[in-house]
Design a protein around this ligand. Structure first.
Ligand SMILES: O=C(O)CCC(=O)C(=O)O
Ligand SMILES: [Fe+2]
Length: 547
């Protein structure tokens, strides 16, 4: 494991800055430095203790007991498929020993900063104590101090980064590392049984059980709702074991587009599937996005133990699992894979924030104003555009298919906007008077933008532009062709190249102007695509014609 890090030269900025020290300094004022303030967290809904949202609990003693093993293995498989996370209990780690490791780690973080800096991350290094994953002064930072160590194979440890204070630290960590290697080897066997693949095939990728640990210290913050302990990310490894050192909760996982808080069960290990296992299982097991939030008054400490791939191994879907469908992931060399993961640092998954995208502010603002005005009208006026039976378009509660269903706290308005021929004007409000025009203009701007983005994506993936456009039938959409395929239909296709999203990541800020600065021919659009616009030629249409 250490070897792989040596191959990755990485320079972190401000790596000696300690969040713990900042937290102490701002205790009275509560003024969080701007680079730690995260505006995005407010917008994210969180589920806490809602019925039906219980992280599965897997009992290792039942897995090992022939009488219950089959049943518990099925439960394990289901947890890996549907949650990507589970709580592991009766894992065999002795309660007294867990107390010891928790005490040692807590003691290390309570040392004065100078003493912790004895094991600081060196220039160009990745192991040690400090601020990890900081690549630029402009970057938003996580509210956490970390100690990162390669722990297995044993002969590759860099002991220089292993604290000697408290004096028991090294021995305790060594023992913990061995215990978890054993637990992971056992779990792999049960996973292989569940997947019906050869155990050797699965274990081969993790030969020698390469392992590293990230010990996270999250200081309390009175402005806890403004900071994030750990940005949304997936783990670029096989599997992760999280031990919550104190009973302060903070781990959240993304489920059904909401953040779900994970309970801190004393002595349980929270296990999650990493990107590598998702790829090996061809997507059957899920690597789920997660993040850590901060407690306003209490510190939180966790040890994440990562089980990584064996160096020199290729990462791709296991042959035994390809019978049912095609490979959904590319095969990658493990060094390239890990490099890609670290280089992309801890960022959210699959979401790209596009700035400088070229959609004029005025166009978005007009649309938002018109929509707000529409919703402000009395119910009777809005009902003139209500959904009709068996029709998804119009105003109303969307996606209600049964009387017993839990409902979203939201009224919706759904319209087919492209191809232009698919528009059903019965559902297009005439009040406010500019509504239809605003939707039309915005829709053509977004169509133009999607077309350009697909070009860049095709280039990035080395895919044929025509085949990519074909999947989304972009040409038809933009020309106003007769296809009824909607963009939603094409959303999940194998061309999304999950291997790349898994290895790399996630939630990047991309400036549209940067993309456009590359040498790519502008999107070729049909001549007459907006001539047939229901509302006559829009301004955007005129612009498109010139391109
Ligand atoms: O500390 C936590 O709750 C999460 C840690 C984690 O996700 C990680 O270290 O990768
Ligand atoms: Fe993680």
């Amino acid at each position: 494991m250490a070897e792989i890090f040596d191959k990755m030269k990485m320079e972190f900025v401000d790596k000696d800055e300690s969040v713990q020290v900042i937290a102490d300094n701002i205790r009275d004022t509560g003024e969080v430095p701007e680079k730690y303030v995260r505006s995005e967290i407010k917008a994210d809904p969180v589920i806490v203790d809602v019925e039906g949202y219980n992280l599965p609990v897997i009992d290792m003693s039942r897995l090992l007991n022939p009488e219950f093993s089959e049943e518990e293995t099925a439960k394990l498989g289901s947890a890996c498929e549907h949650w990507g996370f589970f709580q592991l209990v009766n894992h065999g780690l002795d309660g007294g020993f867990l107390q010891q490791i928790k005490a040692d780690i807590t003691e290390f973080f309570s040392l004065p900063l100078e003493e912790k800096l004895a094991v600081a991350i060196p220039p160009n290094g990745i192991q040690g104590f400090g601020h990890h994953f900081v690549f630029s002064k402009e970057q938003k930072l996580d509210w956490v101090d970390m100690l990162f160590l390669a722990t297995r194979p044993v002969e590759e440890r860099s002991l220089a980064f292993w604290p000697t204070k408290p004096s028991t630290f090294r021995d305790t960590l060594d023992k913990y590392s061995l215990e978890l290697a054993n637990v992971s080897a056992q779990l792999f066997k049960f996973m292989a049984n569940n997947l019906r693949v050869n155990q050797e095939a699965l274990l081969g990728t993790f030969k020698g059980l390469p392992q590293s640990m990230r010990i996270n210290y999250y200081p309390p913050c009175s402005q806890a709702n403004k900071v994030l302990g750990l940005s949304p990310h997936t783990d670029g490894v096989g599997m992760t074991f999280l031990l919550q050192v104190n009973d302060v909760e903070g781990l959240q996982i993304r489920k059904d587009d909401k953040w779900f808080s994970v309970e801190a069960i004393p002595e349980a290990l929270v296990v999650n599937i990493g990107d590598v296992l998702e790829i090996l299982t061809n997507g059957k097991y899920k690597s789920i996005e997660h993040r850590a939030v901060i407690n306003p008054v209490k510190e939180r400490i966790t040890i994440a133990t990562f089980l990584s791939v064996n160096l020199g191994c290729m990462i791709g879907p296991l042959q035994g699992l390809l019978k049912e469908g095609e490979a959904r992931y590319k095969v990658l060399d493990s060094v390239e894979f890990t490099k890609g993961y670290f280089a992309a640092k801890l960022e959210g998954r699959s979401i790209i924030k596009l700035t400088n995208h070229g959609v004029p502010d005025e166009v978005s603002e007009n649309l938002m104003n018109d929509i707000a005005e529409f919703f402000r009208q009395p119910l009777e006026a809005k009902k003139a555009y209500s959904q009709l039976p068996n029709n998804i378009e119009g105003y109303g509660q969307a996606f209600v298919v049964s009387d017993n269903q839990k409902l979203d706290w939201c009224d919706r308005f759904f319209l087919h906007v492209r191809p232009v021929e698919s528009r059903d004007l019965r559902f297009w409000p005439t009040n406010p008077a500019s509504f239809r025009h605003s939707v039309d203009v915005y829709s053509s701007e977004v169509a133009k933008l999607s077309c350009r983005l697909l070009e860049f994506m095709a280039k990035g993936m080395g895919a044929e532009l025509a085949s990519l456009l074909g999947i989304f039938e972009v040409a038809a959409h933009l020309r106003g062709g007769s296809s009824s395929a909607s963009q939603e239909d094409g959303r999940r296709t194998s061309l999304s190249s999950p291997a790349e999203t898994a290895a790399g990541p996630r939630h990047k800020q991309v400036a549209g102007s940067r993309l456009l600065g590359q040498e790519l021919a502008p999107c070729r659009l049909g001549d007459s695509h907006l001539h047939s616009s229901t509302f006559g030629r829009s301004q955007a249409g005129a612009e498109l014609e010139q391109s």
